[in-house]
Design a protein around this ligand. Structure first.
Ligand SMILES: Cc1ncc(COP(=O)(O)O)c(C=O)c1O
Length: 401
């Protein structure tokens, strides 16, 4: 089967969507997954808010409460959570740090797909709390039922916490959150869902049945940097302390999380405004449909382009693939050692002009491609035509890059 191209996305008024993002036009951007990218309008909205702060800092800080509250309601409705259970946190890591500090006791179950920084914190916190960590291997190709069975098999009477990604970073796959939460709860274990990639990528992704769900707004929701959300269940809300203790620390959740000293709230306001602006101008459902079509196109096109030159199969079988990111197998000889993945990514950016991700997992490095509203089929075609032959050539040379 040959890949079918998709037309560039246009706004509801017919403008090319790609023109609304301030991305460097001399580079092809195929790595939305790492740090997101905000449209010009959202970036400008934050700049206007920062001007407002500096024009009268006292008035800003005394008056920001109701505006943050309105932003909280907007984001809660976007992710599908009750507003009274959602709080802003500056980054996903701030949210998961706050949760792990309180919920790591007894035994903790994580998977080998967990985001590296989070996995490190689980180990650190377990050491502090005298807890045990069990890391479950989930095969890349495992479907929902094999995945949940593998995870739940590791959940025993001493397990107090299961940590699960909703969409994984290195393996670009989804996880069966609902099944794992139900199974963990049946054993009396709480569940922390790392949903850094979920807002914007998935429709109303908040796993409200989980004890804690943490999502980033700057990635797929195209907010600005420094904006993420926590959604806590009742029990976790009573135990988890805000990442920064401040004046509201003795208020009930989520008020306890809302005031973080003089920390900058402009990212929350601008990200919420950006989410609404994107809906009005483009439409989130239209974006998700575009992403899914382009990712399927890119995955097939790039794997075929590699295969035509290497004679090998470059398709990667992923159970529950993410709808906006795809993995493709690299030619043999590239990034054989995981520590070379970052060097290879940098070389592709510097020498070939493509921002991509080289994701190492299970002893293998793979190409991870992302698509968002601004991505066009021609970006992927350029990668297949110009970057793929170079990568095959690099793979055949003796140097491991
Ligand atoms: C799956 C996953 N979890 C957590 C994070 C951490 O997010 P942040 O850097 O905003 O704390 C990331 C960031 O890329 C991620 O991909």
């Amino acid at each position: 089967m040959s890949a079918v191209a998709t037309a560039p996305l246009v706004t509801r008024r017919g403008e090319p969507v790609a023109s609304l993002w301030p991305l460097d036009p001399t580079v092809v951007h195929l790595n939305h997954g790492s740090f997101g990218a905000a449209p010009r309008e959202t970036v400008a909205s934050r700049a206007r808010l920062l001007d407002e702060v500096e024009a009268n800092p006292l008035r800003w800080h005394l008056g920001v409460g109701p505006r943050r509250e309105a932003a909280r309601r907007t984001v809660a409705s976007f992710v599908g959570a009750p507003a009274e259970r959602l709080a802003f946190v500056p980054t996903a890591s701030a949210g998961t740090t706050a949760v792990l500090r309180e919920l790591v006791v007894g035994e903790v179950v994580v998977t080998d797909h967990a985001y590296g920084a989070l996995a490190k914190h689980v180990v650190l916190q377990a050491r502090r709390a005298g807890a045990q960590v069990t890391t479950v291997h989930v095969p890349l190709a495992a479907d929902a039922s094999i995945t949940s069975a593998a995870i739940l098999e590791a959940v025993g009477p001493r397990t107090r916490l299961v940590v699960l990604d909703q969409v994984t970073s290195a393996t670009a796959r989804a996880m069966p959150v609902e099944e794992v939460v139900a199974g963990a709860h049946a054993h009396g274990a709480a569940v922390l869902v790392d949903a850094a990639h979920a807002p914007g990528m998935l429709v109303e992704p908040a796993a409200t049945q989980a004890d804690a769900w943490i999502g980033n707004l700057h990635k797929w929701a195209c907010g600005v940097r420094g904006a993420a959300v926590a959604v806590l269940g009742d029990e976790a809300a009573g135990r988890v302390r805000p990442p920064i203790e401040s004046w509201a620390g003795d208020e009930p959740y989520p008020a306890s999380f809302e005031e973080q000293g003089t920390a900058d709230a402009t990212a929350y306001l601008a990200s919420a405004a950006g989410i609404e602006w994107i809906e009005e101008r483009i439409g989130w459902d239209r974006i998700r449909a575009h992403q899914a079509a382009l990712v399927d196109y890119g995955r097939e096109l790039v794997a075929e382009a590699f295969g035509a030159l290497t004679g090998e199969d470059h398709a990667v079988r992923v159970g529950m693939p993410s709808p906006a990111m795809a993995l493709v197998a690299l030619p043999r000889g590239l990034a054989r050692r995981p520590e070379n993945a970052a060097r290879l990514r940098q070389r592709i950016a510097d020498e070939l002009g493509f921002e991509t991700q080289i994701a190492s997992w299970g002893g293998e490095a793979r190409l991870r491609l992302s698509a968002h509203a601004y991505t066009v089929a021609a970006d992927l075609e350029r990668f297949a035509e110009s970057a793929v032959p170079e990568l095959v050539r690099w793979g055949r040379s003796m140097a491991d890059v």
